[in-house]
Design a protein around this ligand. Structure first.
Ligand code: ADP
Length: 634
């Protein structure tokens, strides 16, 4: 009976020859084994796997620019450039589609097995094999894989999901963050106890098609392999040159992944292994300015959160003032992840309040038909934010049968009486989310000058977001040595040494010392600290800011409080270009900075790549030499 089950299943599948051969062998083996033998168990599980994979099943790729645009717009606000880039690929895919299909292998039709006698077997019949789609992958340059790069919570994952919907593919996501075991990707050998295929094979089984969109999250956080190298296993899976015959250790069979649409995400490009990064077409997804966050909250986050708290029909309004306050004082981040959490919390709290205030018993329940009462409501599908749960008014006979007895306790949604009105404003926000996380714009702020020895730098964090970073300096009795704290990397330490040497060399010109022969700090140590102490900092871009702080320390004059700066310095006092400017400018925005000093060599990049909405309200001053920096900050 078991053998027959496998045979029936196989009959409905379009297995490639090699797979078919292995299947027959294993089936014969199973037939010859004692059912209780442990080997029989292994073989059985193996047959389960290969008969549940979607051999030859493809969803036709839909390349419609209009449809794709609609999907992308529906799911996301803003992200204009990213959407345009994606639509370009879709358009090219549409134009080139038929050409590409010539090179893709059509699913093999095996006439001997495809005539099946499906007699309503226990397994659901797989979707009928569809003809070869026009084209399989997005036409990126050189067939590269799309990598969405940006800080957390800017919508990388959700854009990936949208893209799947836009081109009509099934979606599967898995994260490789911290993954250190190659077996997670390539599977365990079958001889292992509890062996499993790798993630990608599991994905194919789950989605039931051979050409899903697979989103691989956090490829910048791939672990160090204690058991093989995960990055080369990943490359094997992604590389179009190799993945036509991807070998999973468990299946021990080549599977064709060439039609899977892979999309990766990362916060930080610098930690991605070079061979992997080489195969990627990087699309930038950057942080949002406050106005964009507000619109995202108003149009997307709040309605979703409201519905999932069961309040979609209630008169509950999260007012604009509250959203603005959340953005400024509670969730100061590049993306909208914390903002989303806050908004969800507000609606959940509101739900609790409404239920408590009204008294649970008094809330009217929708009438249930007598015969459905026992069955109550079990939504046929997983409740999700975009499918409002509707009260069941018509008993559905088919539905009833499926209901498990233990679900009878479930209740229909309660009807919230129209007398309930809730307004969440900036003033009563505290009642929902507690006191503000931030008390002021930034640690050191104007209106006038900062205390002596302090300046405002702009950093680019490992998670891809920018940050305003104050730099503190003091002197202590000593012998002219330099103390550095704040979890600083080697490059940033060198920047501090360069800055200190430069200031020492020019101490007299800068009126720090009163004669050219006098040595600054001859009997003192200087200590430079960069809060927050637990966040690691690296890179040369703090040069100008450290130098300004030291000049302030020496001269006793505070630097301007509304100016932030970024730029590498050389011993000769040149200001050299740095990276991450867009995120840094966004961070300056969030912290209420009005003027930014940036390296002149970054001008073209900023003018071209940083949208006007981000630059709005910020004065950018381009500098080539540290003397120009000092002129601006003092
Ligand atoms: P990431 O993968 O970049 O860390 P997510 O895709 O998980 O971020 O996004 C976090 C949440 O914010 C999701 O619920 C997403 O739908 C929402 N979101 C992010 N950007 C936008 C946007 N531009 N419009 C609407 N919702 C957005």
């Amino acid at each position: 009976k078991l053998l027959q089950k496998f045979k029936d299943r196989a009959a409905q599948l379009d297995m490639p020859m090699a797979v078919r051969k292995v299947f027959d062998e294993e089936l014969n083996k199973l037939a010859s084994l004692e059912p209780s033998a442990s080997e029989a168990n292994v073989t059985r599980t193996y047959l389960e796997w290969i008969t549940q994979l979607p051999w030859g099943v493809y969803t036709p790729t839909r390349y419609s620019v209009e449809a794709a645009r609609q999907v992308l717009e529906e799911d996301h606000y803003g992200l204009k450039e990213l959407k345009e880039r994606i639509l370009e690929f879709v358009a090219v895919g549409k134009l080139r589609g038929s050409l590409e299909s010539a090179s893709s292998v059509a699913p093999k039709q095996d006439s001997a097995t495809s005539s099946s006698d499906s007699d309503g077997s226990t397994t659901p019949p797989p979707p009928a094999p569809t003809p070869a789609p026009q084209s399989d992958r997005l036409p990126t340059p050189e067939g590269k894989i799309i990598l969405l790069h940006g800080p957390p919570g800017v919508g990388k994952t959700s854009v990936g999901k949208s893209l799947a919907r836009a081109v009509g593919r099934e979606f599967f996501r898995f994260s490789v963050g911290g993954l250190g075991d190659v077996a997670e990707i390539k599977g365990h050998r079958r001889t292992y106890v509890g062996a499993l295929p790798g993630k990608i094979v599991q994905a194919l089984k789950r989605v039931g098609t051979s050409n899903p969109l697979v989103l691989i999250d956090e490829i910048d956080k791939l672990g160090r392999g204690h058991n093989g190298d995960p990055s080369s296993a990943l490359l094997e899976m992604l590389d179009p040159e190799q993945n036509r015959e991807f070998l999973d250790h468990y299946l021990d069979l080549p599977i064709d992944l060439s039609r899977v649409l892979f999309v990766c995400t990362a916060n930080n490009l610098s930690t991605i292994p070079a061979p992997l990064l080489d195969r990627m077409e990087v699309l930038e997804v950057s942080g949002y300015v406050s106005e964009e966050k507000r619109v995202i909250a108003e149009r997307y986050l709040a309605p979703q959160a409201k519905a999932s708290a069961g309040l979609q029909d209630a008169d509950v309004v999260l007012e604009r003032s509250a959203i603005d306050s959340l953005i400024k004082w509670y969730a100061r981040e590049s993306g909208v992840r914390n903002l989303k959490k806050m908004v969800e919390k507000i609606f959940r709290k509101t739900a609790l309040k409404i239920v408590q205030d009204l008294g649970e018993e008094k809330l009217p329940e929708p009438p249930l038909p007598a015969d459905a009462a026992a069955a109550a409501v079990t939504p046929a599908t997983e409740p999700s934010t975009d499918s409002p749960v509707t009260p069941l008014t018509q008993p559905d006979p088919e539905h009833d049968q499926k209901i498990h007895p233990t679900t009878t306790e479930k209740r229909a949604p309660l009807v919230i009486p129209p007398s309930v009105h809730v307004r969440i404003t900036a003033d009563n926000l505290k009642d929902y989310v507690g006191p503000p996380v931030y008390q002021k714009d930034r640690m050191y702020e104007g209106p006038g000058r900062l205390v002596k020895g302090v300046s405002t730098g702009l950093g680019y964090l490992g998670n891809g977001s920018g940050a305003v970073m104050p730099i503190e300096t003091i002197t202590t009795p000593g012998k002219g040595s330099l103390i550095l704290t704040g979890k600083l990397g080697e490059v940033i330490r060198e920047s501090a040494q360069i800055a200190l040497s430069w200031v020492k060399a020019h101490a007299y010109d800068l009126r720090i010392t009163s004669s050219p022969d006098e040595q600054w700090l001859s009997n003192r140590d200087v200590h430079i600290h960069m809060p927050e102490g637990s966040i690691g900092k690296e890179g040369p871009s703090a040069g100008t800011a450290i130098l300004s702080a030291l000049v302030s320390l020496g001269s006793g004059v505070g630097v301007r409080g509304d100016v932030a700066m970024t730029g590498e310095i050389s011993l000769a006092g040149h200001v050299l270009p740095v990276g991450g400017l867009k995120e840094k400018i966004l961070a300056a925005h969030r912290a209420g900075i009005k003027t930014i000093l940036a390296p002149a060599a970054n001008r073209a990049d900023i003018e071209e790549n940083v949208p006007d909405s981000v630059k709005e309200g910020i004065k950018l001053i381009y500098v080539e030499d540290v003397r120009e920096v000092l002129k601006e900050v003092f």
